[in-house]
Design a protein around this ligand. Structure first.
Ligand code: UFG
Length: 337
């Protein structure tokens, strides 16, 4: 298939590009390089010896996106391009609605004009807000507690309405839990500026780039008092995308949780990273971070049953190992040292 990957120079998007190419698809990357890395695409090119077609474009430029879809004869769009910092979305809501919601609206218009009829959309477990019970199943009420979650939930709604009006259109919205790890072959990895995610921060401590990790709250109603999250390896995550893409039939409107269905506490993650790295990793207790639900983990049965997906990484140590390999070999991320 000819697949356009939006946000293909970002962390998850670049892993999708690599995976889809390995599956034999023809992949074109669209990215505005706001937070993505041209160097991630260079690394994929270098490792594979094959050019990565790249359109440096912003999704909100509808006509240019339409031309790219037509020019590359795209069959399906995988849409990763988005801003994804919960805290930033609270202080800059308009930026989030503009990038994530209006950006997707523009993409949909471009797909409509170009006659592209399949979309796999990166949604988030943040659309559930603070669910009343765990694990989360897809049918639970969605009530986000921050603009990031709303910016994605609005898109889910728009997709339903668009699909209802256009029966030859099909989409899947995949609600991610906590994505972690790096390509097992070490070619690409995670590089955020600023870095706010737990595992990268812990590994920066292991590398000596930070003095300690602050654990945000130890008075939650969880077994060890720290927050519980469902960490899914990025390669398992992108594999699910390509499996779902293959299954999409006209008029499909699919929604899936994308997690492994198992939660780890912040303390468990720190301990696992100490074991994997063999380093001290000093941790300090700090106050709760506003907006953090105590516990979030998926019931991922729907994806397993309907699509046949199973995660290959179910041990957090193995997830951290892949991230650690990347950080040790790329202590400055994609930047030239
Ligand atoms: N945490 C710490 N210290 C840190 C960083 C994080 O204790 O320095 C804790 C957080 O409080 C949280 C857990 O580690 O309990 C994971 O935090 P991350 O920032 O790595 O991830 P989040 O769960 O906050 O966010 C992720 C995605 C978001 C998505 C959200 C859904 O990154 O895009 O899940 O809740 F919206």
């Amino acid at each position: 298939m000819n697949v356009l990957v939006t946000g293909g120079a970002g962390y998850i998007g670049s892993h999708a590009v690599k995976h889809l190419r390995e599956q034999g698809h023809h992949v074109v990357v669209l990215d505005n390089l706001h937070r993505g890395h041209r160097a991630a695409l260079d690394a994929i090119e270098q490792a594979s010896g094959k050019h990565v077609p790249f359109e440096e474009l912003d999704l909100r430029h509808t006509e240019a996106v339409t031309s790219a879809l037509v020019h590359h004869k795209i069959d399906c769009v995988m849409h990763f391009a988005a801003l994804a910092y919960v805290g930033e979305s609270v202080t800059e809501p308009l930026t989030y609605y503009d990038n994530n919601t209006a950006g997707t609206l523009s993409l949909l218009q471009a797909m409509h004009d170009a006659g592209v009829r399949r979309l796999v959309f990166s949604s988030t477990c943040a659309t559930y807000g603070e669910p009343a019970s765990m694990p989360i199943v897809e049918t639970m009420p969605q009530s986000p507690i921050n603009p990031y979650g709303w910016s994605k939930l609005f898109v889910e709604r728009i997709l339903i309405d668009y699909a209802n009006a256009n029966k030859d259109f099909a989409f899947a919205a995949l609600r991610y839990f906590n994505v972690a790890g790096s390509a097992a072959d070490g070619t690409i990895g995670e590089d955020h500026e600023p870095e706010t995610h737990l595992i990268p921060i812990i590994l920066e401590v292991a590398l000596g780039q930070r003095e300690h990790v602050t654990i945000f709250g130890e008075d939650y109603d969880t077994p060890d008092g720290t927050c519980i999250r469902d960490y899914i390896h990025v390669e398992d995550l992108v594999a699910a995308h390509s499996m779902v893409m293959q299954k999409l039939n006209p008029a499909d409107q699919r929604f899936y949780n994308l997690g492994i269905g198992q939660g780890y506490s912040v303390k468990q993650i720190v301990d696992a990273a100490r074991e994997v790295t063999g380093r001290d990793i000093p941790a300090q207790m700090g106050p709760r971070r506003p907006g953090d639900p105590p516990s979030l983990y998926a019931n991922a049965d729907k994806l397993r049953t309907e699509v046949g997906w199973t995660p290959s990484y179910t041990d957090i140590h193995r997830v951290i190992e892949t991230a650690w390999r990347w950080y040790r070999n790329h202590p400055d991320g994609y930047a030239q040292p």
